[in-house]
Design a protein around this ligand. Structure first.
Ligand SMILES: [Zn+2]
Length: 162
């Protein structure tokens, strides 16, 4: 018996519409509809149904095994490859990076790992003027353009010595 058949049977027996079922299970109406029509669901959704409706639904919860420590876990997204443990996440990330750079060194054409796609956030550095205010006040000039500005000349207008 698939989850679709079992859930539809449960809904018809208890005369529950999709919205009420969704509230009962603690998930959105969209995943409920997906199960009802196409029998599509994620392990996390299956776990929520199991938590709400009991041990009959345990067989639909698919656990993944962590590559690093071997514990069972339920992935929260398709990108999650290890358990929730931070050490496992770091190990997996390092291994992925290492494999990527080995392939690059071997001359293979490879797609960047997910951690490489995102650019690192830039550190904020306030814009500094070419010259500090004390330097300017003590007589250093910004250059020709600054001199023109201070003399009230337009850009490109040059002083002509007669
Ligand atoms: Zn782990």
């Amino acid at each position: 018996m698939t989850l679709q058949e079992r859930l539809v049977k449960y809904m018809t027996e208890n005369d529950l519409p999709v919205i009420t079922t969704a509230k009962l299970l603690g998930i959105g109406p969209t995943p409920v509809t997906l199960i009802k029509l196409k029998n599509k669901y994620t392990p996390a959704t299956a776990e929520k149904i199991y938590n709400a409706l009991g041990p009959d639904y345990l067989e639909y919860v698919e656990y993944s095994v962590c590559e690093c420590c071997g514990t069972k876990y339920i992935p929260r997204s398709t990108l999650q490859k290890t358990c929730e443990n931070t050490d496992c996440k770091k190990k997996h990330q390092a291994a992925t990076r290492k494999a990527y750079f080995e392939k690059v060194a071997a001359g293979e054409r490879v797609v960047k790992p997910h951690s490489e796609w995102r650019s690192r956030p830039k550190k904020y550095e306030p814009a500094k003027p070419a010259q500090s205010i004390p330097e300017f006040m003590s007589g250093k000039s910004y250059g020709e353009r600054q001199r023109e500005y201070l003399l009230g000349l337009q850009k490109g207008q040059r002083m002509v010595v007669r």
